[in-house]
Design a protein around this ligand. Structure first.
Ligand code: NI
Length: 191
């Protein structure tokens, strides 16, 4: 069972109402990193400072609220809220992915099709997304983001993964520090 009893939406994002689209996105680099392979040099965690600066830059130009975010070595999950009247999630992801790719050293191999599209072979071309339906759905997805490092076996305890908004939620008193969500929940192609 998913933990309930927390009211994330209202506490974290007061303006978050039904009129504002919120989506969970799973954004993944193109090929899972094999330990020790060259591919692992493009690990998102290794490049976390770069990723953060790109996200900030995109957000300055195209605002969005980060409700929940976790960065893993090979992919990331995010629950974001867009301003009223704006539903262009794909624009944000496109800019984050291309900005990050451009800023990395040009060593990754590219497929022909991606070369033709002017992309570098760092990201999958598509990502999974879901429009949040209601408060319960919101909580389920925020929990999903935060339990993800545990789900993928990177840590034994959720609190031990640093690249996560989980810590912000603990500081706000929403999760207990020893919180652990349900690792058996699957969404999209996140396995
Ligand atoms: Ni995941």
């Amino acid at each position: 069972m998913i933990s309930t009893g927390f009211h994330y939406g209202k506490r974290i994002c007061p303006a978050n109402g039904v009129a504002r689209p919120i989506k969970l996105s799973i954004v993944a680099p193109s090929v899972p990193a094999v330990p020790g392979s060259l591919r692992s040099t493009s690990s998102l965690v290794r490049e976390i400072d770069l990723l953060r600066s790109i996200v900030r830059r995109v957000r300055d130009r195209h605002p969005f609220h980060i409700d929940a975010w976790v960065v893993l070595p090979e992919h990331l999950h995010c629950v974001m809220t867009l301003p009223p009247g704006d539903s262009d999630f794909s624009l944000r992801w496109r800019l984050i992915k291309s900005g990050f790719s451009r800023a990395l050293p040009k060593t990754e191999r590219r497929s022909k099709v991606r070369r033709a599209a002017g992309e570098r072979g760092i990201w999958q071309r598509h990502y999974w997304e879901h429009l949040i339906r209601d408060e319960a759905d919101y909580q389920r997805h925020v929990d999903y983001v935060h339990v993800n490092p545990l789900k993928h076996g990177h840590v034994q305890r959720v609190r031990d993964w640093p690249y996560s908004t989980f810590h912000r939620y603990v500081a706000a008193g929403i999760y207990p520090v020893d919180w652990s969500g349900d690792v058996s929940v699957d969404m999209g192609s996140d396995s």
